[in-house]
Design a binder for this molecule. Structure first.
Ligand SMILES: [Zn+2]
Length: 251
């Protein structure tokens, strides 16, 4: 499954979602020199900005939204930004893996030490799928929630009824998604789709269709709302807000 070629590098959507360790390094090295690099110091938290996209304009609004995010994140849980040391603006845009740019966009990815934004994720002039902040601010927040999500996976899956299709594989068949670029599991009895081989028995507790794909994206999109508009999450699932708020920074 190859979705695009970039100067001799084959990029699959799976690489984008679950990058091999050196994917980003190889990917960025192939671009040569960045258009510009600068640093921003937000109350002592320094982030290196590296831009590879000649068309991208880092506006006053981008700067304000980045500052606003860092301040809110620090108050919510400083671990959200502990590894947010660089922000990369890529000139690359992977297609939506499920052929739906609104519901399942490729906005960016978390790196070990920062966040990479694809062209779509750089946009402050369109709304993030959570509908409360710009796509720029929402994508950064989403990726930063992935920094803290991992260790709470088991508790989150249990609390919010997430399961893997492997638990009852006979009930599921693998079907191609609309554009044929990827596959999803379809439940033979109910017709329900499990995009990432996961499903929750409580999709109504999820804030977006994207969140319904996988528990970690449920965690991260819930996090975006918990951070910027907590009353919205409270209305959809009080317990998710409580769980997110109770994650304490490690001593
Ligand atoms: Zn995600």
């Amino acid at each position: 499954m190859t979705d695009g070629k970039l100067e001799g590098i084959n990029i699959t959507l799976d690489d984008v979602r679950n990058p091999p360790k050196d994917w980003v390094t190889t990917h960025l090295e192939s671009k040569g020199k960045p258009v510009w690099t600068r640093t921003i110091d937000i109350d002592g938290h320094v982030i290196t900005l590296t831009n590879y996209d000649a068309e991208f304009d880092f506006t006053e609004r981008h700067q304000q939204e980045l500052i606003d995010f860092v301040r809110k994140a620090r108050e919510f849980n400083p671990e959200l930004i502990a590894n947010f040391k660089r922000l990369i603006f890529d000139d690359y845009q992977p297609a939506s893996r499920y052929a739906d740019e609104e519901k399942f966009p490729s906005n960016g990815m978390r790196l070990n030490d920062g966040v990479l934004l694809f062209k779509r994720g750089q946009r402050s002039d369109i709304k993030h799928r959570t509908d409360i902040v710009s796509n720029f601010q929402g994508t950064i927040a989403h990726e930063c929630f992935h920094f803290i999500g991992g260790e709470y996976g088991d508790a989150w899956k249990q609390a919010f009824d997430w399961h893997y299709v492997g638990e009852n594989l006979d009930d599921w068949e693998l079907i191609p998604v609309p554009d044929g670029s990827d596959k999803a599991y379809k439940n033979i009895k109910t017709g329900k789709l499990a995009y990432q081989g996961q499903y929750t028995n409580h999709p109504e507790w999820c804030v977006t269709d994207y969140a319904r794909m996988a528990w970690d994206d449920d965690f991260a999109d819930s996090g975006v709302i918990a951070l910027f508009e907590p009353s919205n999450l409270e209305a959809i699932c009080t317990q998710k807000l409580a769980v997110l708020r109770n994650i304490k920074p490690q001593a």
